[in-house]
Design a protein around this ligand. Structure first.
Ligand code: SF4
Ligand code: SF4
Length: 425
């Protein structure tokens, strides 16, 4: 049976004495490393002067591919998370645990730990006996990987350059330090003790995908019609990192890595026969047509709609925002001329990709009469993506009951960019 994904999984030809065998492993390794490197490097890349993806906790911002989302724009973050979740569900519904076997950094880390153990001659329990030095080196490798992963996680909150300078000068915030140590400890325990158990028993995504997989989900399959060609060599079982015998049919622990497929192909190539195991969408032999079902189509549609809504919401939001609040730290006071001075805090967020100069003005809402502002309300400059607090004083007549005041944010040429109002009593 031919693979249903000859284009998606373009196979690398590896020479074999009997014939050239198309193997998936080289491509899978590239996918694993590409994902891991991407996750390592994303915090180092910048767009519009900010990290490509970073949660700025002190500034209450999310830097997302050149856009800076403020906390008050949380709905965009929720939309983004929802689109990501639906996209992930869709991929799982279509491709099963392909993420686990081909992209997940946990799998890559475990592969790496096993590779080091093999290099040091520590693969099985028997091999480990008496090799103290090798054991120590392996633990050091685990520790290095653990701290690398832990630091990498922190870089999504603290820029890597700032992280290293704070670490070296001892200025890293204690919360960040605790996170670094705790995450490193967990990753170390994972590498030293847990490894594949994470995929089979602990990872919630692994459990979750079991509920999602249906008759059309991509899976490794050995058709019953091919079983009689099986020479019972056991290669497919020996190479399986999840210790599965795929000949017994689909099992939820299978991470769709394709190692068994490669192993069988190599064995059968020596007999000038095609491998017995293949990727198939479902097991009924429908191929890609199995994907044409209501569940897949509805989920694809919902994901697409959400992505379009998210893109429209992000790119059509105003380029600047203005928030105003009466100061809680300074009480308003009566002036000698009979007016009242009220202290305000304003937050201006320049969401554009360019530095800009702004100005805040005030007027009475009912008659649009201008009201004077004292303080920093004129000609202040904000860098791209910057959020700035401005403190100023509004001087207005003492109202008999209450006065509605409009605050207008203007650009250099006097264009009104944002308006917000406040009540003074
Ligand atoms: S059965 Fe095959 S695809 Fe599944 S985990 Fe084992 S080797 Fe990987
Ligand atoms: S590798 Fe292929 S031939 Fe060998 S036991 Fe597995 S399915 Fe059978």
């Amino acid at each position: 049976m031919k693979s249903p994904l000859p284009l998606l999984f373009f196979m690398t030809e590896i020479s074999c004495p009997a014939r050239a065998v198309p193997l998936l492993s080289p491509l899978r390794h590239r996918c694993q490393w590409a994902t891991t490197l991407l996750l390592l490097l994303i915090p180092w890349f910048r767009a519009n002067g900010n990290s490509l993806l970073r949660v700025d906790i002190p500034g209450l911002n999310l830097h997302l591919f050149g856009q800076t989302l403020r906390i008050e724009e949380l709905y965009l973050v929720l939309l983004f998370s929802l689109a990501l979740t639906l996209g992930f569900l869709l991929i799982t519904l279509l491709l099963g645990r392909v993420w686990c076997g081909w992209f997940c950094p946990q799998t890559t880390l475990t592969d790496l730990a096993e590779w080091f153990a093999k290099r040091l001659g520590l693969r099985g329990k028997k091999q480990q006996a008496g090799k103290i030095m090798q054991q120590a080196v392996l633990q050091l490798v685990h520790l290095f990987l653990a701290f690398l992963v832990s630091a990498n996680l922190l870089w999504y909150f603290i820029e890597p350059q700032r992280f290293f300078s704070q670490l070296v000068t001892g200025q890293l915030h204690y919360a960040a330090l605790i996170f670094l140590l705790l995450a490193a400890l967990l990753v170390y325990l994972d590498l030293a003790l847990v490894r594949r158990l994470m995929c089979s028993e602990l990872c919630p995504y692994g459990r979750f995908q079991t509920a999602l997989a249906d008759q059309a989900t991509l899976t490794l399959h050995l058709p019953p019609t091919e079983l009689e060609r099986c020479i019972e060599c056991g290669s497919c079982v020996r190479v399986c990192p999840m210790e599965i015998d795929i000949r017994r049919g689909y099992q939820v622990e299978c991470i769709n890595c394709g190692r068994c497929l490669d192993a069988c192909r190599q064995v059968m190539a020596k007999r000038n026969q095609p491998g017995l195991i293949n990727y198939t969408f479902g097991t009924a032999g429908e191929g890609v047509r199995a994907l044409l079902n209501l569940r897949t189509l509805l989920l694809s549609l919902a994901t697409l709609i959400l992505i379009v809504i998210l893109l429209l919401a992000v790119y059509n939001r105003p380029a600047v925002s203005l928030k105003i609040a009466v100061s809680h730290t300074a009480a308003s006071r009566e002036l000698k001329d009979g007016n009242r001075a009220t202290f305000f805090n304003a937050w201006v967020n320049n969401r554009s990709s360019q530095k800009a100069t702004y100005h805040i003005a005030a007027r009475q809402a009912d008659n649009r009469e201008a009201l004077p502002l004292r303080g920093r309300a004129s000609d202040f400059v904000l860098e791209a993506g910057e959020n700035l607090r401005i403190d100023f004083i509004l001087v207005a007549p003492v109202p008999s009951s209450q006065l509605e005041v409009e605050f207008i944010l203007l650009d250099r040429t006097g264009n009104e960019l944002a308006i917000t109002s406040a009540l003074i009593k």
